[in-house]
Ligand binder design. Structure first.
Ligand SMILES: [Zn+2]
Ligand SMILES: [Zn+2]
Length: 360
């Protein structure tokens, strides 16, 4: 047994030396890792490395309730090398930054509706597009009637900050002509939808959906070459959306689990939180349960369904099966719950749908 004791002793010595070396060189290791990360990421145009096609950056898969893993509603689309953002909830611009979204190629923002959880990241996006993206014209922000009031408000709120940026970085970097946003109102489209952007083989269609008491809520369908995605925005199950989304590769649909929200509401009521309980009883009426999102994807013959604007928050994937319940049975394609940092890629000319976790 003597040899066993020696081996044990040797192992302890090795462990002590290794941990001692780690403590001793911790600073050096950190410096090396940081230098490597800078070399890998700064100045790299990750979007340019993607194949020609449609790419959807899942920049915000959450809703207004606080969620440690999900920013507010946001999907960004790269069509070829042209970039668009659909809704910009709080925290989502930082997800875009981490994903390497090409802010310098951002052409336009589309808002689905004017609930604040869909635009409360707009100030940050306008600033990033202006200074980081080197704009020399204001960022176009398209949305339903009322969008001018929202954009004017952000322009006003960021005016003082813009002066500081110009003074600090100079007009070559922060060109005053590129500051802020420029509202573009999209008139309520007919039930079948209206093309709001068309250029060559890229088109964007706005479709009216149902989110009362919100006056105007739009879904968007993006088509590029032979690939297409549908973005529901906030809505109940909606026939217009299903019809307009016919045959898309991927449907992105909002979702609310009614049973889970009811449980939260009952607990809030029991503990005397009347306002919170009332909100929990109100919201299922204008959102879509997972089984209806599955029905919508099936009726639209979508190939894949990804849920976003997920209510209530789910701290971990362990809850996903409970959240989905029987919903996946209503859809013959693949159904999944979206997460921030996912990149959904549809290369042109192929049938492939690749979903990767670009960042966590
Ligand atoms: Zn809404
Ligand atoms: Zn919402």
């Amino acid at each position: 047994m003597k040899w066993l004791g020696r081996i044990f002793l040797a192992l302890i010595v090795v462990a002590l030396v290794a941990s001692g070396a780690f403590v001793l060189f911790k600073r050096r290791i950190g410096e090396t890792l940081f230098a490597h990360a800078v070399e890998e990421n700064v100045g790299r145009d990750r979007a340019a490395e993607l194949p020609d096609g449609l790419h959807v950056y899942m920049c915000g898969t959450g809703a207004p309730m606080p969620d440690p893993n999900r920013a507010g509603a946001c999907l960004a689309v790269l069509a070829g090398q042209r970039a668009f953002v659909f809704d910009v909830g709080s925290g989502s611009v930082r997800v875009l930054g981490r994903m390497g979204f090409p802010m310098q190629r951002l052409e336009r923002v589309y808002l689905t509706h004017l609930h604040s959880d869909h635009f409360d990241g707009l100030g940050e996006l306008m600033l990033q597009a202006w200074v980081g993206g080197g704009r020399d014209t204001p960022l176009p922000i398209a949305g339903p009637p009322g969008v001018s009031e929202v954009v004017d408000g952000f322009n006003h709120a960021y005016r003082i900050d813009s002066g500081y940026r110009i003074a600090h970085h100079g007009v070559e970097i922060a060109n005053p002509a590129g500051y802020g946003g420029m509202a573009e109102e999209i008139a309520p489209p007919p039930p079948a939808g209206q093309v709001v952007f068309q250029d060559g083989d890229l088109s964007i269609t706005a479709v009216p959906v149902s989110h009362a008491p919100v006056d105007h809520a739009y879904a968007y369908i993006v088509r590029y070459k032979d690939r297409a995605v549908a973005i529901s925005g906030d809505t109940t199950y909606n026939d217009n959306f299903v019809a307009a989304a016919n045959g898309v590769d991927v449907m992105f649909h909002e979702a609310l689990n009614e049973e889970m929200v009811a449980q939260i509401g009952a607990q809030a009521q029991a503990s005397g939180q009347r306002a919170f309980a009332k909100i929990m009883s109100d919201i299922p009426g204008y959102h879509t349960p997972p089984r209806d999102a599955a029905r919508a994807a099936e009726a639209a013959h979508a190939r894949e369904l990804i849920l976003y604007h997920v209510i209530p928050p789910m701290p971990g994937a362990i809850l996903y099966d409970a959240y989905l319940g029987d919903a996946p049975r209503a859809f013959s394609g693949r159904m999944r719950i979206g997460e921030d940092g996912m990149l959904v890629s549809l290369p042109a000319g192929l049938r492939e749908i690749s979903v990767t976790q670009a960042v966590r």
